[in-house]
Ligand binder design. Sequence first.
Ligand code: SF4
Length: 286
Amino acid sequence: MLEIFAKSDKNRNRELPSFANINLMGKCNLKCFFCIGNELKQISEKVGKSISGISQIGEHFSKWKNFLPFLNQTKEMGIKKLYLTGMNTDPAIYKFLPELIDFLKNKGFKVGIRTNGYYRPEGIDKVLASLNGGISYSIHSFNSQINKKIIGTENMPDWTKIIPASGEHVRIATRYNRDDVLNTIKELSKYPNVNYIQLRAICADTNKEIYALDAKAFNDLKKEISKKFSQVETFKGYPVYNIYGKRVSFWDPLQVTVNSHNYFTDGTVSNSYFVTEGYSKEKLLK
Ligand code: SF4
């Protein structure tokens, strides 16, 4: 199993970690076909250490293993930016989210979130507005049928209300869908507070073959865009274009140069930006 990671085509020449992730574990409210949680589930079952039952979604963070040492380490590394994200779930679902945000801010961190936007209980806008490190939504299409193919549901949150209520700096992450990416960017261009759109390649360590068409589509799109739109800058080795007035970057997690310090809510800590590899090496393959 370790061999898979060793042979993967990855940029291992990384910068020092400039941010940290808190990866929530549990059940998600979506079923995205590219979810790294699927890959980790398969690896965990292969080695007889299934992660399916692991969930800290309803557990107070004071009970999370290794959490305080991780935060202390993060501080010692000089890292200020912390992102609440999910390994196989959405961090907005976390039961003690408002308390966790306050706790981390009081420790001096800039706290941001990466969420799919589907969990909309009363008061969530206020909770998200309390973040001081920005909100990133994963939006893959505004077309319900395309969305269904990508994330498993044709239902969509009311982005016309959610995005304007999300502060001044909203980032959108989108997995390139072959049919609709320029329409998605065009729709996003209507929102003045969306200041950055990231077109992300699908990140796979062990399921490369099933994503071959998507990997090709990502590279084809890069070529097409470079002909039609002007490049305005380069970020971490990848081109950023001006498309319909928005900064749009291509992002291949396996190839960019950034690095992060990572905590998983079951207590696993990894210094690898590659989530599947990092979690597997620290938790599943020992
Ligand atoms: S929203 Fe995130 S965690 Fe949930 S299924 Fe999609 S990729 Fe996986």
